[in-house]
Write a protein that binds this ligand. Sequence first.
Ligand code: AVI
Length: 322
Amino acid sequence: MATTTLAQRYVSEFAADVRSSLTIPLQRELPSKYLYDEVGSALFETICVLPEYGLTRADARLLRRYAREIVSKLPWSFHVAELGSGSGKKTRWILEALSHRGQTYYYPIEISPSALEACEKELGQIDMVSIVGYERPYLEGLRAVAERREDGDHLLVLFLGSTIGNFDRSAGDVFLSEVRTILKDGDALLLGTDLVKDVPRQLLAYDDPAGVTRAFNLNLLARINRELGGNFNLARFRHQVRWNAEERRIEMHLESTGQQDVAIHAAGLRITLAAGETIWTESSHKYEPREVVNMAKRTGFTCAGQWIDEEWPFAQNLLLAR
Ligand code: AVI
């Protein structure tokens, strides 16, 4: 009997997700997690250095300036688990601040092996810090980290870069509650959240003049062509960015510039897009500082501190598991 390899299972999961999301009535969608193949991840790294996208710099600035103060709110020594570490650059400040208290274990949790490797290279040299990477999805990795700890060890979970904003608000609550069930009383979560700011500035951050975010968005169609045998004609799609005031979120769409047929072989799918119809590819929710305090309460945490960047409204929120 033929066995299914991991790679085959992954392709069929991707194909099934593409099929179900592209056939949603009224508004077609594609899941934003598929934006991050090797090309998409490289484009995202470039987005992070764009002058119009201040989010990543604000996140890093806060950690550089306040890591010691943040860590001073934690009563004992902590091991650190990071959900989606990326290259790990921003994490240095927190690890350095914690390592003054003694040996610190750092567990980056990442599905991308190349990001894990980059992270180990970047942070491997810090005195008193030992790194053990987990190539797993966030919650699965966090469970594995929590299981290996000894009685009396405390965990600080990092969820930086406002990745929480890519979840719908209700899914964000579910995710934080799940993190909370894995943690013990006295553990902590440092959560980065991008804050609501003036609309033109927010729109420009997702529709930069150099077209990097446009390429990031279109790469999702290119990826479907490459991996699932799709025939999207990228020249017939426009990158569209909207501010949804009611939901307080940026939405990225791909707009079909004319009526067109698309076939995706591995998904067994044929669709016709109307002129002006869009495929919704990502949401990026923005928060009010107070809202994060309430979100913490609803999901089993207490907000022990909030640090806000002046240049680009963004908050680091220290949440204690109570
Ligand atoms: C990863 N995430 C927090 C980014 C954001 O701002 O929502 C992804 C991104 N999409 C377009 N530009 C950046």
